[in-house]
Design a protein around this ligand. Structure first.
Ligand code: S3P
Length: 435
């Protein structure tokens, strides 16, 4: 029976908390450690179903994956992959599927990669095309979706590729394939996206150069496995606590040890621009990634305009930002956000529908949305099986005039196991039920 969330208004968040490990970085740690060979331990690994699906796929490819405990994983092997006996099921995870396709493109194996109904509806030609140009054979369904049949080659061509969409997953797939390229790999991004792959490859000793919208991986990268990789707390999960604080003047929440990579932390800038107070303490770096203890204090919020370049730096936080916009003064306008339509759900449509259900006026556009702040009413929301939509409405429910009931919440496990419990620990009234 699917889970549902009940968000009962009136509580303000408080306290100092930690969130589970970063999803994007956990995936990359697994994949790059597997490619490098040797033995490495990943600490603060995200114990969510997306990352577990990637771990299982690697196991099926002959990589040693041992869960020492739920958040500590030992990856071991000789850096080679063996042909899997079965189809590789990446579940709900676009990152798992696209990055693994890139890695396998440069290996002498054939594998079929698939996922759940949501993942099988998402566009895959965006990775199939550049990887084919590099010399691998990648077949999609006639609709350009998974299942993907990857027939890799141990030596690929280099590529100088201008990505038509700003996507860290596409960029990362090309870079991972580039480990097998006999020439340099150059990727131009239409807008800067998260650079976790570049940082992780550099932490493994590869030569990666970044300059504004351009990334270059030198040919002949040899990877040297570090003994240990530490994963920062996931800013995309902390974002829900930060949003809850931002929406309540005077409320304040700290998340310790959260990743603040500037290609990822756009949400904090947007919250500050709306009128919340954001402060970073104890900045440090682990395994090539910046992290800090971040405190957000609520204030009187006003609507803002958000450009496509800003969307790319806060791509997964736009739903919860729209929840914040629902209680801000005036209109928030998001532009250049067409990519949100091809996430785990059509997130622009899902947010527009849900906001309308709660009486929040909004204007949906092809590549964006305008949200007019108001007083959210109680109601029932269909999350469309999308974790970030479900959690965003749970947060908005804290500021509604009555309970907000959110349906179809099972996928919260993909990115934020223990979400409801952590929200309760922070003082919010969000409960999970078996519907
Ligand atoms: C991710 C990149 C983004 C993001 C996703 C994780 C990554 O997707 O939405 O949740 O780990 O590289 P796109 O690259 O498709 O924009």
């Amino acid at each position: 029976m699917p889970k549902r969330l009940l968000s009962q208004p009136r509580r303000k968040p408080s306290g100092r908390h930690a969130v589970p490990g970063d999803k994007s970085i956990s995936h990359r740690a697994l994949l790059i450690a597997a490619a490098a060979g040797g033995e490495t331990v990943i600490e603060n690994f995200l114990d969510g179903s997306d990352c577990r699906a990637t771990a299982n796929a690697l196991r099926a490819l002959g990589v040693g994956i041992e869960f020492v405990d739920t958040t500590r994983v030992r990856v071991s092997g000789d850096g080679k992959f063996t042909a899997p006996k079965d189809v590789l099921d990446l579940g709900n995870s676009g990152t798992g599927l696209r990055l693994l396709a890139g890695l396998l493109a440069g290996r002498d194996v054939t594998a079929t990669l698939t996922g759940d109904a949501s993942l099988r509806s998402r566009p895959m030609r965006r990775v199939a095309q550049p990887l084919s140009r590099m010399g691998a054979s990648i077949e999609t369904s006639p609709r350009g979706t998974a299942p993907l049949v990857v027939r890799g080659k141990s030596v690929l061509r280099g590529i100088d590729y201008a990505m038509p969409v700003a996507s860290a997953q596409v960029k990362s797939a090309i870079l991972l394939a580039g480990l097998a390229a006999k020439e340099a790999v150059i990727v131009h991004e239409p807008a800067v996206t998260r650079d976790h792959t570049e940082r992780m490859l550099a932490a493994f000793g590869a030569k990666v150069h970044r300059e504004a919208n351009l990334v270059r991986l030198e040919r002949g990268a040899t990877l040297a496995t570090p003994e240990r990789i530490d994963v920062p707390g996931d800013l995309s999960s902390a974002a829900f606590l930060f949003a809850a604080a931002a929406m309540n003047p005077g409320a304040s929440v700290t998340v310790a040890g959260v990743g603040v990579n500037p290609t990822r932390a756009g949400f904090l800038d947007l919250l500050a621009r709306m009128g919340a107070k954001v402060s970073l303490e104890n900045p440090r770096e682990i395994s090539g990634e910046p992290l800090a203890d971040v405190t957000v204090t609520g204030g009187t919020l006003a609507g803002i305009e958000i450009s496509g370049a800003e969307v790319a730096l806060a791509i997964d936080e736009i739903p919860v930002l729209l929840a914040v916009a629902a209680v801000a003064e005036g209109e928030t306008v998001v532009r250049g956000a067409g990519e949100l339509r091809v996430k785990e759900s059509d997130r622009l449509a899902a947010m527009a529908d849900g906001l309308s259900k709660l009486g929040i006026r909004n204007a949906l556009r092809e590549d964006g949305i305008g949200v007019f702040g108001g007083e959210p009413q109680p109601g029932t929301i269909d999350s469309r099986g999308d974790h970030r939509i479900a959690m965003s409405f749970a947060i908005l429910g804290q500021r509604a005039r009555g309970p907000v009931d959110i349906l179809d919440c099972d996928t919260i496990e993909t990115s934020f196991p223990g979400f409801a419990a952590l929200m309760q620990q922070a003082g919010l009234d969000i409960t999970e039920f078996q519907a």
